[in-house]
Write a protein that binds this ligand. Sequence first.
Ligand code: 13P
Length: 252
Amino acid sequence: MDKKLVIANWKMNIPSKGIDHFLKSVIPEMTNLQYVQPGICPPYLFIPQLFELLDNSSILLGAQNLHYEDNGAFTGEISAQLLETYCSLVIIGHSERRHLFHETDEEISKKIQTASHFNLTPILCVGENITERKNNLSSKIVTSQLITGLSKIKKPNKLIIAYEPLWAIGSGNAATPTDIELMVKVIRQVMLEKFGVESQNTVQIIYGGSVSEDNITKIITLPNMDGVLVGNASLDPLQYNNIIKNIETITT
Ligand code: 13P
């Protein structure tokens, strides 16, 4: 059984008491994890620092975005080539990038292709907004994001799909287990159709949107749930530790 992923997305934040304090509280708790694979995606600026500090720990390091070109005149952007020195994961197509920075599925597909050429496992984020949900379009939207976003990939070595409904992100109210389970089924079916049965080994499906120490048990015990992508709660070492400990306890 693959370990459950618990990926922290710090967004444009750092833990309130600083990175050193965070890691001092978290790293000792992460030794001998049997059922959880933790990861942290900090702002770019802190990636080299975390790389040093996480040396010899089991925590994976990831970026929150990349540019699809390998290099060139792209002020303010960062390439896979630069990231792969430090990172093994990269978040692509987060809803905040889609909506605040107008990233399209087409651009996202190029980013996925680039990450896959380098040694970076893409975490492709998909999810519907509240209007789409009210109009019963959730499955259609997620399917279309997957089809276009993955259009440049023939067979992934490793791919993570994060179902993150926009209305759950930062709201304090996670999607219900029923909603999540339904969407995990939809995503798994699209993966089967696109990449065949092998996708059961190469594609992991995780959930993000107001995950906390209080709701992690209900979410992680859903069928075929491979992990979580955590925003706010991942900035607090106590909460982050508790999310991981809860999973270790359930799976034991
Ligand atoms: P919250 O956990 O703060 O809702 O954020 C979720 C998210 O966007 C992770 O990528």
